[in-house]
Structure formats: structure tokens, C-alpha cells
Ligand binder design. Structure first.
Ligand SMILES: [Zn+2]
Length: 117
């Protein structure tokens, strides 16, 4: 499952960075994910499975900001977003000769350390 490796990559990267910062537990991780990059519910499933066995993440909440696909029309230069790659069509001229400008992002936006008492 593709999403499993994305989550593994995310957890490894956050773990490494949090350790360097002296953080032992992470309360929340924020990701920016393009709709072409991953299937939403699979990301959450993979996260919920993979966080166990990693003490840093047992209480971590995953917050994902899903980004629609964005295109620029090669015909009239109109820029637009859509949630379907297959049916993408320029809303201004109806053109289908499109340049994709976004929708495959996968960024770790932020993570929040758990408060230590
Ligand atoms: Zn157009």
C-alpha cells in the first residue's frame, strides 16, 4: 500500500526532527496532501496502524489538509482547481489541453509537541 510508505516516511522524518529538538512525544502532525498523492481514508488507516509501537506517536492526532488538483489551461491560460483528474476541463473555454500545476504535494506542514508537565 502506497499510503503506508508515505506515513512511514512522515513518521521517520518527524521522529528524527523531534528527537533533535529534545521532544519525546508529539501531540499533532499536520500534512498537506494533494489528491493525486494519496487516498484520504487510506492515509488515516495507515497512520492509525503504524503509530503503535512508536512511543512518540501513540497519542498523536493526524490533521491532513487535502489540496484539490490545480490546472492551467494551455488554450486560454485560465487557472482552476478540480477534484477529478479524469474529467478535468477548463471552465472558461471547455479546453482539455491542460497543464497540471498542483495536486501531488506531500508536505509535512507542522508538528506540535505534547505538553510535558
Ligand atoms: Zn481555457
Amino acid at each position: 500500500m502506497h499510503e503506508t510508505s508515505l506515513i512511514e516516511y512522515t513518521l521517520n522524518a518527524v521522529e528524527k526532527r523531534a528527537s533533535l529538538m529534545g521532544i519525546e512525544r508529539v501531540a499533532e502532525i499536520g500534512l498537506v496532501v494533494g489528491r493525486l498523492a494519496a487516498v484520504p481514508h487510506l492515509m488515516e488507516t495507515a497512520f492509525n496502524v503504524m503509530k503503535y509501537g512508536r512511543p512518540m506517536f501513540t497519542e498523536t492526532k493526524l490533521v491532513i489538509d487535502y489540496r484539490d488538483l490545480s490546472f492551467c489551461c494551455r488554450n486560454c491560460q485560465e487557472e482552476f482547481t478540480t477534484d477529478s483528474y479524469i474529467e478535468a476541463r477548463c471552465p472558461a473555454c471547455g479546453g482539455t489541453h491542460l497543464k497540471r500545476t498542483g495536486g501531488d504535494e506531500l508536505l509535512i506542514d507542522y508538528f506540535i509537541p505534547e505538553d510535558t508537565v
